[in-house]
Design a protein around this ligand. Structure first.
Ligand code: HEM
Length: 131
């Protein structure tokens, strides 16, 4: 019962929630991820998370994961970052990305929580115009 409630909360959260393994392979996405990026879940599961980002991140993201594996240096984990996402139709949008490392049995998984900040960015730009 508790697990079912938790699963439902994650599934219907407003933020996109994406779980990847240590190689970047997408293991799980919620409904907001489908809405945000325009891909169906089955188009994302089993693919590399780099499918959701433009160049140069697309080419470099595997390297970021490798570097973290080797050095343990955190650049986004526990810190957060504004990054650029790429939808299925190729359009780009700004998002805030928070990443945490999951303790799973003998496996390394990462959870990403992504919030579309397009509206925030538009408001920010308008404010700048006023000054
Ligand atoms: C590292 C971009 C999505 C997990 C990075 C770095 C960048 C980046 C630029 C390296 C940061 C640095 O070296 O300063 C992006 C972009 C995304 C995205 C543009 C757009 C969709 C995700 C998602 C996850 C994730 C959804 C997890 C589910 C990681 C991990 C690292 C990393 C584990 C290495 C650890 C760290 O640097 O703290 N990403 N990322 N990324 N990203 Fe992503």
């Amino acid at each position: 019962e508790q697990l079912a409630v938790l699963a439902s909360v994650l599934r219907t959260a407003v933020d996109a929630i994406i779980i990847i393994d240590e190689r970047g392979t997408i293991e799980s996405v919620n409904l907001a991820t489908e809405r945000m990026f325009g891909f169906r879940a089955d188009e994302m599961l089993g693919q590399n998370v780099k499918m959701l980002m433009p160049s140069p991140y697309h080419e470099q993201h595997d390297g970021y994961l490798d570097r973290y594996q080797e050095t343990g240096e955190r650049h986004i984990i526990g810190i957060g970052r504004e990054v650029t996402g790429q939808r299925k139709d190729g359009s780009l949008f700004p998002l805030h990305l928070a990443v945490s490392e999951v303790e799973a049995k003998e496996r390394k998984l990462f959870t990403g929580i992504l919030r579309d900040i397009s509206d925030f960015k538009a408001a920010e730009a308008e404010l700048k115009q006023l000054n």
